[in-house]
Design a protein around this ligand. Structure first.
Ligand SMILES: Cc1cc2nc3c(=O)[nH]c(=O)nc-3n(C[C@H](O)[C@H](O)[C@H](O)COP(=O)(O)OP(=O)(O)OC[C@H]3O[C@@H](n4cnc5c(N)ncnc54)[C@H](O)[C@@H]3O)c2cc1C
Length: 439
């Protein structure tokens, strides 16, 4: 069955010049405020009133996307919808990514619409924060979503293919080089044979250790290990509640328990060193009587500063999206929604040939998360205790209206409702302590 695309995906249109402008607007509206969403929807409507709405190839060069995971497949679908020929090169030989339980805000739904629904396994209505014997509860006005990554990727792959993108599995990108007309890519096939491809536009969506980024001359990025254990939940555990523990003696980040169903959850932490992460997690699990059923983990980029997403390489251009461009909220190390926003911005830039507003907004958002992370990274136990104490009922109520993908609104609410909490954050910023280290 064809899954209807949300409006933000419907960026295919007839007429090259006008098409670009219309696409530009259609892309922008999807991820922004209600007002811009309304403006974008009107533009889309006008656009489809003019023609059949069918996707017409702009007859420009093919876009090669390296990496067929969340960010790459979303970019592929957007570009294919926008009339570009798209080829996705994915190293895995089968589209069966390892299961991974993730939590995202409703923003994912705004971006993907029905295509994201297939991956949702649970909804979260409440956060409980713990530190040093204290606790605070934050209800959520709009539930967070627990998603299963393998389902998400399969769903996105279906969307990309239906939009016209070609997904080639078992194609490991090795390197790229400029050539007269664009970029030459060498790719290894499963039988170890090498293939040379040509493209004017390449998108690196190949994750934190991006080979595309390295090959095109971007500096390497810092990463931290994220490790979580799948555990059986106690029978009285509320399945709509995420628990978070701040334990600065173990990690400057936090531990979490995310229920994926009434029976099972993911208990994990972000640390600065892989061995420490495993030791701390084992200790935490046994202290609370959890038995790990499976482990999930990988290294996640640490966002420190904006990674410019485009480079000219010879006669072609190379872009980065998702983890490859460190498009990760460094407060929580969540990269799904921000990776989609990066994909949206890059698709917008490729289709319109102009700088993307979505990327400007994402840059501001990521910078705020970095500021908050710098402060939290210096928090001692007493600071976390004070933070939890300062979460008054009024502040908790107003925080419940915003998501982690709206950092500026959250900070504004804190400034209005509980300025002392902001002062605590500022004190954190001014304290002498190391910032997130390279992992
Ligand atoms: C255990 C765990 C839990 C997480 N929890 C959350 C969470 O709760 N919420 C959240 O928002 N984020 C979470 N994250 C982070 C999130 O999963 C990532 O930010 C996101 O998956 C990044 O997507 P991506 O498409 O940019 O990169 P990736 O998912 O890393 O995909 C990269 C793709 O490129 C392919 N590839 C790599 N090299 C090559 C090559 N040379 N040639 C061809 N293909 C190549 C890979 O096979 C892969 O398919 C978690 C991460 C982990 C590890």
């Amino acid at each position: 069955m064809r899954i209807p695309l949300p409006r933000c995906w419907s960026i295919g249109a007839a007429g090259a010049g006008r098409q670009n402008r219309a696409n530009d607007s259609a892309l922008r509206q999807s991820a922004a405020t209600k007002e811009s969403s309304r403006r974008g929807q009107n533009l889309l409507k006008r656009n489809s009133d003019k023609g059949s709405g069918a996707t017409v190839s702009m007859n420009r060069g093919e876009v090669a996307i390296v990496g067929g995971s969340a960010a790459g497949l979303f970019t592929a679908a957007l570009l294919a919808r926008g009339g570009r020929r798209v080829r996705v090169l994915e190293a895995s030989e089968r589209l069966d990514p390892e299961p991974r339980t993730l939590i995202v805000t409703r923003r994912m739904h705004d971006l993907l619409g029905a295509a994201g629904e297939a991956s949702v396994v649970n909804e979260i209505r409440r956060f409980e924060l713990f530190t040093d014997g204290r606790s605070a509860e934050i209800p959520l006005a709009r539930p967070d979503l627990i998603i299963e990554r393998a389902r998400l990727i399969r769903s996105l792959a279906g969307e990309a293919q239906r939009a016209g993108a070609r997904i080639e599995l078992g194609r490991r990108f090795l390197q790229l080089e400029p050539n007269g007309r664009g970029v030459a890519l060498s790719v290894e096939r499963p039988d170890a044979a090498r293939e040379e491809l040509h493209s004017e536009t390449v998108v690196g969506a190949d994750g934190a250790a991006s080979r595309v980024a390295h090959s095109a001359g971007w500096p390497g990025q810092e990463t931290v290990p994220l490790l979580q254990a799948i555990v059986a939940l106690p029978h009285d555990y509320p399945p709509n509640t995420v628990r978070v523990w701040f334990a600065p003696a173990d990690t400057p980040y936090f531990y979490w328990l995310i229920p994926e169903s009434p029976e099972r959850g993911a208990l994990g932490l972000i640390a600065e060193d892989s061995q420490e992460a495993r030791k701390c997690l084992d200790h935490f699990l046994s202290k609370r009587g959890f038995t790990p059923l499976a482990f999930q983990g990988a290294r996640i980029p640490v966002y420190r500063r904006w990674v410019p997403v485009r480079k000219q390489v010879g006669g072609g251009e190379v872009y980065l999206v998702g983890d490859a461009a460190a498009q990760v909220k460094v407060t929580t190390v969540g990269g799904i929604v921000t990776g989609f926003r990066g994909a949206l911005g890059v698709a917008e830039a490729i289709l319109s040939g102009t700088p993307s507003r979505e990327l400007r907004r994402l840059r501001r958002e990521l910078a705020l998360h970095w500021l908050i992370r710098k402060s939290l990274h210096r928090f001692q136990q007493a600071d976390y205790s004070r933070m939890v104490d300062l979460l008054s009922a009024a502040l908790r109520r107003s925080l419940s209206e915003y998501t982690r993908d709206e950092a500026s609104r959250i900070l504004w609410r804190i400034a209005v409702r509980q300025p002392r909490l902001l002062l605590l954050g500022l004190r954190g910023l001014l304290m002498k302590e190391s910032c997130p280290r390279a992992g």
